[in-house]
Design a protein around this ligand. Structure first.
Ligand code: V47
Ligand code: SF4
Length: 384
């Protein structure tokens, strides 16, 4: 009996047996199945199944990329309760807004480095608008045409397009033409209105978020999707969230990666809520892998999760650990993430992946292989 068979043999629960049979027979699990997994299954059970699916799809491959972040501003017109930024609108003296020149300076600081992607994400500043960002996109592309620009959450885009009085399609076309290559997954939070109105009432709703991604896919752009979990949502809300994504993915096929984001509770309007346990976090990764059968990749965002738990997640359905983020991404450090100044170089990332016996592959944003590091040995590779 292999590891998977022995774990499945341990359960006598008829529901769980039926779900595992579906997965082993490559059948889609239902909404109710997803909820049952959260309610009844042990971590070992969902983990073994998720690892089976992960290895069927990707073997031991674990992807990472070389990217850097630009946060144009931390000032935001919205007031999501879980966000440590939202207070800054009231405390403007703590806020920053970068000019195009300053952002180009950041881009130029990577001129001699082999990065393949810039991830642009920030608050929704009341003054920053579509023409400003179109100019930024054009300047980045003119300076370094091969750099993939993954930028602006659906929340930022929705605000910019409404302010510029352009349709979603028009706005995305203009952005794409100016150099925007793909959309990051932020702003999704929890789609269900029961939860959304309590945690982020004033920003784009589920339909708006999904419509922006759908339109981007129709224009040939890829995107990611996140889910902020571990606060006031119930299991049903998590599955509802994934279900809406699975349905859209059936239609467009434009999503690359699903990124569950663990809620961190430092210094925000939801600090009274305890953070989820590592066991719960791993269950979320595993059940995401099982539910989102049409998503190619599940990503653990290591600056939020910490390095050890990112390693652990590679046995629970995750096959991507983001990139060699090399900056001070304040949205996470301010919310209490493990990593205050997240940065890992390639050697450290490769070591982290090899330590758990997976195969490190550097990818570009669209998952084209750049370098297979399986046989590359670093002399001084140590990780604490
Ligand atoms: O949507 C804000 C999250 C997201 C907190 O597409 C918090 O590759 C936890 O979407 N606790 C933005 N999370 C970041 C994002 C992202 C990150 C990495 C990769 C990609 C990608 C996208 O940050 C927001 C929100 O869900 N966030 N505050 C908090 N207290
Ligand atoms: Fe603004 Fe995003 Fe923070 Fe919400 S999560 S307050 S939209 S920066």
């Amino acid at each position: 009996m292999n590891n998977l068979e022995s774990i499945l043999a341990l359960t006598s629960d008829a529901d769980l047996k039926q779900i595992s049979n579906k997965i082993l027979n490559h059948q889609r699990i239902s909404f109710d199945d997803g909820v049952i997994l959260f309610k009844k299954a042990s971590l070992a059970f969902v983990g073994a199944l998720a690892n089976y699916v992960r290895e069927q799809k990707h073997g031991d491959i674990t992807y990472f990329n070389r990217n850097f972040h630009i946060e144009p501003t931390n000032v935001c017109v919205f007031s999501c309760n879980f966000c440590s930024y939202s207070r800054l609108y009231a405390h403007r003296e703590e806020g920053w807004e970068l000019s195009i020149e300053q952002m180009m300076h950041i881009v130029q600081s990577y001129d001699n480095k082999p990065v393949t992607e810039v991830h642009i994400v920030g608050g929704v500043h009341p003054k920053l608008n579509l023409p400003f960002f179109l100019e930024l996109l054009q300047k980045i592309k003119a300076h370094r045409p091969s750099l993939h620009i993954k930028g602006f959450t659906a929340v930022e885009l929705d605000y910019m397009f409404r302010k510029a009085k352009v349709s979603t399609e028009e706005g995305l076309k203009l952005s794409h033409e100016a150099g925007l290559d793909s959309l990051p997954g932020g702003g999704a939070e929890i789609f269900h209105p029961e939860i959304r109105k309590q945690i982020c009432e004033d920003k784009v709703d589920a339909e708006g978020w999904l419509n922006i991604h759908k339109t981007a896919h129709q224009l040939g752009m890829h995107s990611n999707a996140t889910m902020l979990f571990g606060h006031i949502e119930k299991f049903e809300h998590r599955i509802d969230h994934m279900d809406r994504l699975r349905t859209l993915q059936d239609e467009t096929g434009g999503f690359n990666t699903f990124i569950p984001l663990k809620f961190r509770n430092k210094d925000n309007g939801m600090s009274n809520i305890a953070e989820s346990s590592v066991i719960e976090d791993m269950k979320v990764y595993a059940i995401s892998r099982l539910y989102l059968d049409n998503f190619p990749h599940i990503k653990a965002y290591w600056p939020m999760l910490g390095r050890n738990n990112a390693q652990l997640s590679l046995s629970f359905g995750v096959n991507d650990i983001d990139g060699t983020i090399d900056d001070t991404t304040k949205i996470y450090s301010m919310a209490g993430s493990e990593e205050q100044n997240p940065s890992m170089n390639t050697e450290e990332l490769v070591t982290l992946i090899k330590q758990v016996k997976r195969k490190p592959i550097e990818r570009d944003t669209l998952y084209n292989v750049i370098t297979d590091y399986s046989n590359v040995e670093f002399n001084s590779a140590t990780l604490n």
